[in-house]
Design a protein around this ligand. Structure first.
Ligand SMILES: [Zn+2]
Length: 269
């Protein structure tokens, strides 16, 4: 039975015409699936469905999403992330997902930052709108690459890379071109930074294990398709158990000139 599948040109180029036709003919497509974007069930026989191809360095994984959620597309990811996505797709969860505030993976060794980053998800109220946000705080001082510090240059490094200083958490900052947030299978996988010319986008921060996010955060992201990424030096925000306390900590950091931010689209959109 034919499926209501969208296969974009770039997905077709990766999987080949033969496989694309098999999918469209229903041979290789699932009936029902969990949407890779909103995580709710979908059905390729009853609703328009986007094919989403996650491509790592060595392997690729085909996933499905409601066409209303995201268009058919190729999403470049690191191999490690892809393995996480595969585990997520196939439901082999290794252990309980970390709480939203758990410290997460170090970025790639050649990235601008060489320390563990803590990433917390939360909703931030700006002009009567709840904006899905990620708050990034290193677990130690960040030295400029190639030096040993001891000066913490986390914020200056981010400003050099297009983040804007935040004087008050009342404005949504400008998008930072090339940066994006990878949310797949309803979980947070990574913050991607622009590729150097000729290379794929690479992970600036990557979850050790795909990070569970709250339902209301995911719902907000599905609506806005954008994430506000806020960053502060070590010891500025800390672990806040509630969103009102998180907001107070952000306001305090902003008033002291210790907060930078950028708006990022979802990866692949
Ligand atoms: Zn969906």
């Amino acid at each position: 039975m034919p499926r209501m599948l969208d296969v974009s040109d770039d997905v077709r180029a990766e999987i080949g015409d033969e496989e694309a036709e098999r999918l469209l003919g229903g041979e290789n497509a699932p009936g029902s699936y969990d949407c890779t974007s909103c995580r709710t069930p979908g059905n390729t026989e009853r609703e328009r469905t986007s094919t989403v191809l996650f491509v790592g360095e060595e392997t690729a994984v085909l996933a499905f999403a409601h066409a209303a959620c995201i268009p058919s597309q190729v999403v470049p990811v690191s191999e490690e992330q892809l393995q996480g996505a595969v585990r997520s797709i196939t439901g082999e969860q290794g252990g309980a997902p970390a709480a939203a505030a758990a410290p997460q993976a170090p970025p790639a060794a050649d990235g601008p930052v060489q320390a563990e980053l803590g990433v917390t998800s939360g909703l931030v109220l700006i002009k009567d709108e709840l904006i899905p946000a990620l708050v990034v705080e290193p677990l130690g001082p960040i030295a400029r690459p190639g030096t040993t510090g001891p000066v913490d240059v986390f914020l200056p490094l981010l400003i050099e890379q297009g983040f804007a200083p935040v004087a008050s958490v009342e404005e949504v900052p400008e998008p930072n071109p090339g940066w994006s947030v990878l949310v797949a299978m309803g979980k947070l996988h990574a913050i991607l930074q622009p590729a150097v010319p000729g290379a794929k986008a690479s992970a600036w921060w990557q979850a050790h294990q795909a990070m569970q996010v709250a339902d209301d955060w995911r719902a907000a992201v599905n609506k806005t398709k954008r994430v506000l990424v806020l960053a502060a030096p070590v010891g500025t925000i800390g672990q806040q158990p509630r969103e009102d306390l998180l907001r107070e900590a952000l306001d305090r950091a902003a008033s002291r000139g210790q907060l930078v931010a950028a708006t990022m689209p979802l990866a692949g959109t």
